[in-house]
Design a protein around this ligand. Sequence first.
Ligand code: SF4
Ligand code: SF4
Length: 65
Amino acid sequence: MAKASANTELCKGCRLCVDACPKQAIIPLETVNKKGYEIISIDQGKCIGCGICYKMCPDYVFTVE
Ligand code: SF4
Ligand code: SF4
């Protein structure tokens, strides 16, 4: 099944994706990227590859293959 991956260096920490994911597969972290924004992590065990995060993220963090 397709899964999402994330380039978290592009993340701006808006957290829009966290609520948008229908499977609660996107976990907000306190870890920051090089730009100082708090990033997210994808729980690959929960992700169904629906692509909602890809459409939702304003900063093109996600890739779904
Ligand atoms: S929607 Fe994009 S920029 Fe916003 S927290 Fe999620 S991955 Fe980061
Ligand atoms: S592809 Fe769908 S299920 Fe997977 S992390 Fe993105 S929104 Fe969640």
